[in-house]
Design a protein around this ligand. Structure first.
Ligand code: NAP
Length: 229
């Protein structure tokens, strides 16, 4: 099935955690990484998060630099890339910052099990895509996004969505900023949570680039095709 080029961008602590055991967002990287992330957003057709991230952090996912927003407008695009939430049960609050802040398209991907009354409320805020029975079928969903003209898709977490995308074989590259802090905690989200691979299923990566950035390091990985998938 045709799908967009998909990459994950995230920041994690030296011990691989994306936030604390209370699942509260923490500042892991500095201004340089923040600007790099903003450029990645501005260069994407869409950015995607899981409902867990929306409920925990309520991000707006807008492009913060006015220059980058202007560049997008000059190129005939919306100021912000389309903002997408993966949300099987339509739990996204109608007053979420993604709906409140910035211009541009919003898309909520739900499953067939989402309550109709909640989906109807979200329809007033966003385009709705239905993919999958109980939980969102990410393969179907990304193929649908491609048919809507989304060629470059940025995944901004969290841990469970990262797992869903990687384990479905839908990710081309992963960029991780590793910051100079230890968060700890068995239940704190890591770069990839979910069910986890068995030894035979482990996903292999190829290091494309590594760069010291402020007090941490930026790693760029290519996800290798897995012949067993
Ligand atoms: P998440 O990955 O944002 O969202 C996961 C949810 O997406 C699932 O629980 C599921 O909820 C829904 N979903 C629907 N279909 C799915 C599928 N096929 N595969 C996977 N998920 C699917 O939530 P999270 O794992 O709780 O992560 C949130 C945490 O990550 C927060 O603590 C946040 O601060 C942190 N975070 C950190 C960064 C960073 O870069 N450091 C970035 C983003 C988030 P339903 O069943 O209800 O649909």
């Amino acid at each position: 099935m045709e799908r967009p080029f998909v990459f994950i961008n995230s920041a994690m602590s030296a011990d691989g955690k994306m936030s604390t055991k209370e699942r509260k967002q923490v500042r892991i990287s500095g201004q340089v990484d923040f600007e790099r992330m903003d450029e990645l957003r501005a260069g994407s057709d869409a950015v995607m998060v899981g409902i867990g991230t929306v409920l925990a952090d309520d991000p707006s996912l807008t492009v913060k630099s006015s220059e980058l927003r202007e560049e997008r407008t000059k190129a005939g695009k919306d100021e912000n890339p389309a903002r997408i939430i993966v949300d099987s049960k339509a739990r996204t609050p109608v007053d979420a910052d993604i709906f409140q802040k910035g211009k541009g398209e919003r898309i909520v991907i739900v499953s067939e099990s989402a309550p109709t009354d909640k989906v109807d409320l979200l329809k007033e805020q966003a385009t709705i895509i239905v993919a999958g029975k109980e939980e969102v079928n990410l393969i179907k969903a990304t193929s649908e996004l491609k048919s809507l003209g989304i060629d470059r898709l940025m995944i901004e977490g969290g841990a469970t969505l990262n797992w869903g995308m990687i384990s479905s074989g839908l990710v081309d590259e992963i960029y991780t900023f590793v910051g100079n802090l230890i968060i700890g905690g068995m239940t704190a989200p890591t770069l990839t949570d979910g069910e986890g691979f068995t030894e035979e299923e482990i996903q292999k990566l190829k290091l494309i680039d590594s760069e010291r950035m402020e007090e941490g390091v930026l790693l760029k990985w290519k996800v290798l095709a897995n012949p067993d998938k």
